[in-house]
Write a protein that binds this ligand. Structure first.
Ligand SMILES: Cc1ncc(C[n+]2csc(CCOP(=O)(O)OP(=O)(O)O)c2C)c(N)n1
Ligand SMILES: [Mg+2]
Length: 632
């Protein structure tokens, strides 16, 4: 058989290849890379940029060329966040590509790459690189390392990528592309995949075998647990008197909610959730016990303290989840870890149950047949829950004056949203309040990025989530601090007609870090947005004349300014019924009371200090630290 070739540039071959990749799970096949975000500069405008243009024009002309829709971003970090929001919404079965120019355009993506890798969300990054031939070095924006001309700024992607390659020769492209697709669709290995593309190589032509461009399907597996491991896990779970499930993001990505529900109903074991797992079980299911850990609910945290067996499903056990390893206090505590990644399944000396969350839950439900927690356990969970519900209701309707409390804003939004609407958040005081108080009714309703908790994710991530599921209304909650870091993608949302509801919560600074600082004896130093005060020399002067609502309007959004909770509720209705991206602006009191999670987070306090506030905080720190333990 003679194999034909087709002459294309490296960038044209890349685009043509990406347009023909598909993923498949449970018999559902879809485009794996359905689009590409980008910002052009000299590093990619004539290479990848030309290829994207050519593909778009040939696609429109009906030549049979598969297109790769292009979305122009305003900030490269933001376009990676948007891609993460997209892939998370698509349960990691689809990912977007991101093309950036050489130098700063590319390194702007490093933060997004770290976020994707930490959150285990697939994204394909295509930073541009200096000439492979070095014909014109040093280029504009080229790092010149006197020790090695082979080093480039794109080496900074290595520690934050799950796969990294530089395409210095056209011949290297096919195997790099196949490896990239494999890693993107491997649920145990996925994250940021980086293919650095020297700008001369992007434009270089080559005779590619036609087979490179065959339609390809990448099957996303659902590996079942190994029988012996299942037997070990079952034995430990059967012996449990006070077990607790921790549902992490893996439950949602695996679409295992129905299996989790059957497991919870069959065994009676309480199900707590993490930031990525919230909504895996609807909040009002009798088995749901709320968020666990440093920002969890006192219900889950009481059950966690008493638990003799913890069944973690699809969780990485971050410090927030384990309350910095103080959440669990039973002397004979054991962990069973159901996870697709052996790395996570092995944590806390647990019984490792490496499997897809859904397949693993189905197997566990069957293997545990006949097992049920006793009546005392169920009664305890019910009693805790009954005392917690009115606390949440009160926080939702505090009537705080003169400015409303943030918990009222979250409550009003919770009561307003439909089950299928999506709330997006990432950093500040809101993730904690949300994890404790949010009543999620759908597995895709709660979208809080808390692996990297990256300020600036909110609007960009919301853009990606909306792009992934245009039928759902997306409500982005963003603090004034995060807004100032990255409001850029409002412009992208406006230009693409991607409608977002953005709730801008103004509290004049870093409210979260302010209260953290205060609790650690650092007196809210440097956390408020204030004028420098000549009398104290500190940033504790008057409130600044900054108008973020006017800023949002200047970026093309409709803006609704609200001051009271009734005005806020009315603005939510107006925003929802509008077709345009709308910013609902509200100022809240950063000092308003918030219910306690009855938990702890390890942030070390100075061991010696000239300040009495620090010395007091250190004493409290040392007392709390005594409860920290290794789970062996
Ligand atoms: C990119 C980035 N820089 C710094 C931090 C540390 N940090 C966490 S929350 C926060 C303040 C967030 O301010 P804002 O968005 O106004 O929310 P608030 O705390 O007021 O609720 C900071 C600085 C972070 N998470 N991400
Ligand atoms: Mg703030």
């Amino acid at each position: 058989m003679t194999v034909g070739t087709v002459r294309l540039t490296v960038a044209q071959a890349l685009v043509r290849f990406l347009a023909r990749q598909h993923s498949e799970r449970d018999g559902v096949r879809q485009r794996l890379i359905p689009g590409c975000f980008g910002i052009f500069g000299h590093g990619n405008v004539a290479g990848v940029g030309q290829a994207l243009l050519q593909a778009a024009l040939l696609n429109t002309a009906g030549t049979g060329e598969a297109g790769l829709p292009y979305y122009m971003a305003r900030n490269e970090q933001a376009m990676v966040h948007a891609s993460v929001g997209f892939a998370r919404m698509r349960n990691r079965l689809q990912a977007l590509a991101c093309t950036a120019s050489i130098g700063p355009g590319s390194t702007n993506m490093v933060t997004g790459a770290a976020l994707a890798t930490i959150d285990r969300i697939p994204v394909l990054l295509l930073p541009s690189d200096f000439f492979a031939t070095r014909a014109a070095s040093p280029l504009l924006q080229e790092l010149e390392d006197p020790r090695s001309p082979d080093v480039s700024v794109n080496d900074a992607f290595k520690p934050v990528s799950v796969y990294w390659d530089r395409i210095n020769r056209p011949e290297q492209l096919p195997s790099a592309l196949l490896a990239a697709m494999r890693v993107l669709t491997d649920p145990a290995a996925t994250g940021a995949v980086t293919l650095a593309l020297p700008q001369d190589v992007q434009a270089e032509a080559y005779d590619w075998p036609e087979d490179l461009f065959a339609e390809r399907t990448w099957y996303v597996p659902r590996p079942p647990p190994e029988p012996a491991a299942l037997a070990r896990a079952t034995e430990v779970l059967r012996s449990a008197r006070k077990p607790l499930v921790i549902a992490g993001g893996g439950v949602i990505y695996s679409e295992a909610s129905a299996a989790l529900l059957r497991f919870a109903e069959a065994t009676g074991i309480g199900v707590s959730d993490t930031q990525a797992g919230k909504g895996a079980l609807a909040w009002d299911h009798p088995g749901a016990v709320g968020g666990v850990g440093a920002t969890g609910s006192p219900v889950a945290n009481a059950l966690a303290r008493e638990a003799d067996v913890v069944l973690g499903i699809g969780t990485r056990y971050s410090d927030f989840t384990t309350a910095s390893r103080t959440a669990f206090a039973h002397p004979d505590l054991r962990f069973v870890n159901l996870n697709i990644a052996a790395f996570d399944a092995g944590k806390h000396a647990g019984i490792s149950l490496v499997a897809d969350a859904r397949a693993g839950l189905e197997a566990l439900t069957e293997a545990l047949s006949g097992y049920h927690v006793d009546e005392a356990y169920t009664a305890r969970a019910r009693e805790l829950d009954a005392s917690w519900r009115p606390v949440v209701d009160r926080a939702y309707h505090l009537g705080h004056q003169p400015l409303p409390a943030q918990t009222e804003v979250l409550g009003a939004l919770n009561e307003f949203m439909d089950a299928r609407d999506v709330v997006v958040q990432a950093a500040g005081s809101m993730p904690g309040d949300l994890q404790m108080l949010w009543r999620a009714r759908d597995p895709k309703q709660y979208h809080v990025e808390y692996g990297y908790s990256c300020m600036g994710y909110e609007i960009a991530g919301g853009l990606g989530a909306k792009l992934a599921d245009p039928e759902r209304e997306v409500f982005v909650l963003v603090g004034d601090g995060s807004y100032l870091m990255m409001a850029t993608e409002i412009v992208t949302a406006v230009s693409e007609g991607i409608k977002l509801n953005i709730i801008l919560v103004q509290n004049q600074g870093y409210g979260s870090i302010g209260s953290l600082s205060e609790s650690l004896g650092s007196q809210r130093f440097g956390t408020g947005y204030r004028y420098r005060n000549p009398e104290t020399g500190l940033l504790d002067g008057d409130v600044l004349p900054v108008d973020l609502a006017a800023n949002a309007a200047s970026l093309g959004a409709d803006v609704l300014r609200t001051r009271t909770m009734p005005e806020f509720a009315e603005a939510l209705r107006q925003s929802r019924s509008s077709r345009r991206t709308t910013v609902v602006y509200i100022e809240t009191d950063p000092l308003a009371p918030v219910p306690s999670s009855e938990s702890w987070w390890d942030v070390p306090v100075s061991e010696v200090a000239a300040l009495e506030s620090t010395r007091k905080a250190r004493a409290a720190y040392e007392a709390a630290k005594r409860d920290q333990r290794l789970y062996l």
